[in-house]
Design a protein around this ligand. Structure first.
Ligand code: SIN
Length: 303
């Protein structure tokens, strides 16, 4: 097995395969099924300063080619994450942890970053500027390039030795502009993309399935859209791109490298194929030159 380690900002990851945020909480449900140490890392469920109860049920709705979710950023909040969840994950020190965070204001982003700044036990922060299931907040931030640049800067300044990824929305005409703003703000990578805004209706009630109406659509159906957005980001920035969206096979993952990604995250497919990320690692490691020849310069092996 060859070296497929990658560099994203100041952090070296053992390989380019990550678990996307939101699918398996803080990884406790997933760790019995998979050897997390074999992956590049796990992006944990987005946390906020204070705990959030999330949206009213139902929150998940399966469709023929994907899934709608309306979780609403339910999470345990910063304190419990730092005191309980992260130490639990850190019992296995070889698991790479990226912490997904969201905040309503710049001041909250500063507070979150300052809390993480002196800490060990995590590789970096992924800023969720793209959740479609909360009022205002995250999705709107991610549609405003000036704000994306500013938030990236105020967080990166406080965690210079950690990796900073900005998770962008596909629900925008020009994702490249937002990616460029994140790069200008000092982000180390663009995580592209979050879910697409979608809706479904209950034919009996005549109402939307979810209390909020629209929700976030993920799964195999969004693969070509995610590839397109990664491709657009790759043309707009020179920092690495972490491709996310619809990966259900090893070949799907390979396509993200062709589109310009340096790493990938597997999300919705974990529900029916928890072993997929490990198989992608194995496939890439069997032929490290393939990935290296196609991925961007940052994917070169460690010196
Ligand atoms: C959610 O918690 O609603 C999903 C997270 C996201 O789409 O960012």
């Amino acid at each position: 097995m060859g070296d497929i380690s990658i560099q994203i900002g100041p952090v070296r990851f053992k390989n380019p395969v990550f678990i996307a945020s939101g699918i398996c909480g803080y990884a406790e449900e997933y760790s019995p099924l998979v050897n997390l140490s074999r992956l590049g890392g796990v992006v944990t469920k987005t946390i906020t300063m204070l705990p959030r109860a999330g949206n009213l049920p139902p929150r998940i709705h399966e469709m023929p080619h994907g899934m709608l979710n309306s979780i609403g950023l339910e999470n345990v909040g910063l304190d419990r994450y730092v005191n309980e969840k992260l130490p639990q994950l850190n019992q296995r020190p070889d698991v790479g942890v990226m912490v997904s965070v969201a905040a309503e204001t710049e001041d909250e982003f500063i507070k979150l970053a300052e809390r993480f700044a002196p800490m060990d036990g995590y590789a970096g922060l992924e800023l969720n500027l793209s959740c479609p299931n909360v009022k205002g907040e995250a999705l709107d931030q991610g549609r405003n390039p000036q704000l994306v640049e500013k938030i990236s800067r105020i967080v990166k300044e406080r965690i210079p030795k950690k990796s900073l990824w900005i998770k962008v929305t596909p629900n925008i005409t020009d994702v490249g502009t937002v990616a460029r703003a994140a790069e200008q703000g000092g982000a180390d990578a663009i995580a592209a993309v979050n879910t697409l805004v979608g809706i479904d209706f209950d034919l009996e009630t005549g109402k939307p399935v979810f209390a909020r109406g629209s929700a976030g659509y993920s799964g195999p159906a969004i693969l070509p859209i995610a590839l397109q957005k990664v491709w657009e980001c790759a043309k707009a920035v020179s920092i690495p791109i972490v491709g996310i969206g619809g990966i259900a096979t090893i070949d799907d993952a390979r396509k993200f490298f062709l589109a310009g990604a340096t790493a990938i995250q597997v999300g919705t497919s974990l529900y029916n194929d928890p072993g997929l990320p490990e198989r992608i690692v194995d496939a890439l490691a069997e032929n490290p030159e393939w990935m290296r020849a196609r991925a961007r310069a940052s994917a070169s092996p460690a010196a």
